[in-house]
Design a protein around this ligand. Structure first.
Ligand code: PEP
Length: 252
């Protein structure tokens, strides 16, 4: 099996002003030599400041979105090149909040991923079903459609990360069961192998996201094909995020 370095990603969403950088310093002090990759995606206003902190060896930074075009008349938007210039190494794309609140389609995510990869960024492409889609028994079909529509075929195992985030589990305190997580992660692995080739499919990291906390992280990280997590609320404070990182480091 290809080696996949575990990845723990924090999505700060629209939270945090300057003093939140102290949390990153605390996190770095708690994990001076991590065995997994640690990523924080702060609001764009903090990205350059966070990237310039002397913790870059242990904590990478990323954007939460980028525009599908390289540059132009797009007031209020941010380009992939700008993220990279501010020190980002990753960008989250197709988060369900972007899909729901900004009408982002798979085609948008696909175009953004191409632009981000051209700018040298690694992409964390989010997929996940709504509660209605799960209850209708359509989960795997929805995931397959999102992967087919959102993931460009130019990706490699080094620049693609897929995050499985059931929409009903994000910020709700509801966590998918270990069986549900295992089923979808195995499905994503096989789907990537089938459509992108065995090399890319086996080396792509697949993260789970949806109310991951210190109390449930170890169990989730024990599920096959879970290579880490995308964490929202519990990534804002070092005291909450650190035990999740420790659980990932301890996982086989
Ligand atoms: C997320 O925003 O991607 C997320 C998983 O949020 P939370 O951990 O708060 O559910």
């Amino acid at each position: 099996m290809e080696f996949r370095k575990k990845l723990i990603a924090g999505n700060w969403k629209m939270n945090g002003v300057g003093d939140a950088l102290e949390e990153v310093a605390k996190l770095s002090a708690a994990h001076p030599d991590p065995t997994c990759e640690i990523l924080i995606c702060p609001p764009a206003t903090l990205l350059a400041l966070m990237s310039a902190l002397p913790v870059g060896r242990t904590i990478a930074t990323g954007g939460q979105d980028c525009h599908r075009e390289q540059a132009g008349a797009h007031t209020g938007d941010i380009s992939a090149e700008m993220l990279a210039d501010a020190g980002a190494r990753f960008v989250i794309l197709g988060h369900s909040e972007r899909r729901a609140n900004h009408g982002e389609t798979d085609d948008d995510v696909h175009a953004k991923a191409r632009t981000a990869i051209a700018a040298g960024l690694k992409v964390v492409i989010c997929v996940g079903e709504t509660l209605a889609e799960r209850e209708a028994g359509n989960t795997l079909e929805i995931i397959a459609g999102q992967l087919a529509g959102s993931v460009p075929d130019l990706v490699t195992g080094a620049n693609l990360v897929v995050a499985y985030e059931p929409v009903w589990a994000i910020g709700t305190g509801k966590v998918a069961s270990l069986e549900q997580i295992g089923e979808v992660h195995n499905f994503i692995r096989l789907n990537l192998e089938k459509h992108l080739g065995a090399g890319v499919g086996r080396s792509t990291r697949i993260l789970y996201g949806g109310s991951v906390k210190a109390g449930n992280a170890a169990d989730i990280f024990g599920v096959s094909n879970v290579d880490g997590a995308l964490v929202g609320g519990a990534s804002l404070k070092a005291a909450d995020f650190s035990p999740i990182i420790t659980a990932l480091e301890a996982a086989n």
